[in-house]
Design a protein around this ligand. Structure first.
Ligand SMILES: NC(=O)c1ccc[n+]([C@@H]2O[C@H](COP(=O)([O-])OP(=O)(O)OC[C@H]3O[C@@H](n4cnc5c(N)ncnc54)[C@H](O)[C@@H]3O)[C@@H](O)[C@H]2O)c1
Length: 416
């Protein structure tokens, strides 16, 4: 008999888990029942938030296998750091294959892997355990993106022709935890961390509604990267301090700025372009996501900092630092935009609803691990291009085993 309700377990109780928990107030037919985090304090905090928001009778588990073994848990959400992806997925797959418990599906945060080999292995492990798989790329579920695509294709594209250029940017002042800054742990710098959103969101916008992903074929990738801010001694010292002396951007920086141009061919052989910019050195109010879609007689634009709500605090309001107005907030006074419901605006609610409804219907989600593999392939080609300063035809030889110099800890633009 088909299930009408899902019990969810989240692996990792950090920043992104808190986003999913807050988003869950808008998700039907599923409750968050479990959290596993080796850091017990983090696990308890996530459980307390879930209980406070009444999104489930949540409890902590001692291991991933324990969570799989509980018949109340039907699906797992992976929100642990990038460097744990394979061990986490190996444990899930192993527990299911050994019959320790049954699961319907698994979802995984971006990026699916730190390189193509890892991303493909994630897909393989999900298939082996016969799990439905969802790739958590929230931006393709963001209401402005989804609704914008619908309107532009229904009106503009239907009358004047399909869009030919999508521009996407994700920028903020830098990640919140030291491991993101370490190329070897995270898999790269900002290109890996944030361009994964931009390439996928822009590709989604250019894809005709209802068409399969492979209707657009990547032809070539041209990319550039640099470390503009965080290799300066003053800023490198801040990173070293925040990591207890571990992060050394003078010797082992990661890129804090990257851009890419992905050329695609559509069904008729016509070229369409994705242009992305990402940075960890953007100082504005906070996280800024921008998107433009351009066609023969129309255009669309999104800027998450053009919020409907703005507040103003004079210089006499000297409160404590916070992230209560917008993610990665940089200031507390002056005229500040407020993203009133970040879980909705960034797409987390619609993303989680889609994953839950797909799993309940026994269907593979529309955004799945195969998409995560495709995104990783484009990002790795972008690293190849940026490292060599040339345009790389897609798919390049050696893509399957390529590991960026940043991820090997050997990249240093100042050391050239
Ligand atoms: N969709 C988005 O926009 C978005 C935003 C932020 C993070 N993410 C992704 O989510 C993942 C987690 O990022 P975060 O910001 O929450 O990091 P974080 O460091 O804030 O939290 C990660 C948590 O995972 C725990 N952890 C460590 N090893 C673990 C393991 N083996 N099993 C289970 N838990 C483990 C840590 O103790 C920590 O509490 C990353 O892959 C990141 O790329 C996505």
């Amino acid at each position: 008999m088909k299930k009408k309700y899902l019990g969810i377990g989240i692996i990792g109780g950090g920043f992104i888990a808190r986003f999913h928990i807050r988003a869950w107030v808008g998700v039907r037919d599923a409750d968050i029942l479990g959290i596993f985090d080796p850091d017990e304090k983090r696990a308890r905090e996530a459980v307390a938030l879930a209980r406070k928001l009444k999104v489930g009778n949540t409890k902590t588990y001692k291991s991933i296998s324990d969570m799989v073994a509980d018949p109340a848990i039907d699906a797992l959400w992976i929100g642990a750091p990038n460097y744990t992806r394979l061990e986490v997925m190996e444990e899930i797959s192993h527990a299911v294959l050994k019959g320790k418990g049954e699961l319907i599906g698994v979802t995984c945060e971006k990026p699916l892997g730190r390189n193509v080999k890892e991303a493909r292995r994630m897909l393989e492990l999900a298939k082996k355990a016969k799990l439905l798989d969802g790739y958590l790329e929230n931006q393709v579920f963001a209401p402005a993106v989804v609704r914008g695509k619908e309107i532009v294709w229904a009106r503009g594209a239907a009358i004047s022709g399909p869009p030919y250029l999508a521009r996407a940017a994700e920028e903020h002042s830098g990640p919140h935890m030291p491991w993101f800054w370490e190329g070897t742990l995270q898999g790269g710098g900002v290109l890996n961390d944030m361009m994964c959103h931009s390439v996928e969101e822009a590709r989604f916008m250019l894809t005709p509604p209802g068409a399969p992903r492979n209707v657009l074929k990547p032809v070539s990738v041209t990319a550039y990267m640099n470390c503009l801010k965080w290799q300066e001694p003053h800023y490198a010292a801040i990173l070293a301090k925040n990591s207890g002396g571990k992060t050394d951007y003078l010797k082992r920086p990661a890129e804090d700025f990257a851009r890419s141009l992905v050329e695609y061919k559509d069904k008729k052989g016509k070229k369409v372009i994705v242009e992305t910019t990402t940075s960890w050195c953007y100082i504005g109010a906070g996280l800024r996501l921008t998107m433009e879609l351009l066609g023969p007689e129309y255009s669309l634009q999104i800027n998450t900092l053009d919020a409907g709500l703005k507040v103003f605090f004079s210089r006499n309001v000297m409160g404590k630092e916070g992230e209560d107005l917008v993610e990665k907030q940089n200031a507390e006074i002056g005229l500040m935009p407020v993203v009133a419901n970040e879980e909705t605006e960034y797409g987390y609610i619609a993303e989680n609803r889609h994953m839950v409804q797909s799993f309940l219907a026994g269907k593979r989600p529309e955004e799945n691990f195969s998409d995560g593999v495709n995104v990783t392939e484009l990002l790795m080609t972008a690293y190849m291009s940026a490292e060599k300063s040339v345009t790389i035809p897609f798919p390049p030889p050696g893509l399957d085993t390529f590991v960026p110099a940043v991820a090997q800890g050997t990249w240093n633009p100042k050391g050239k």
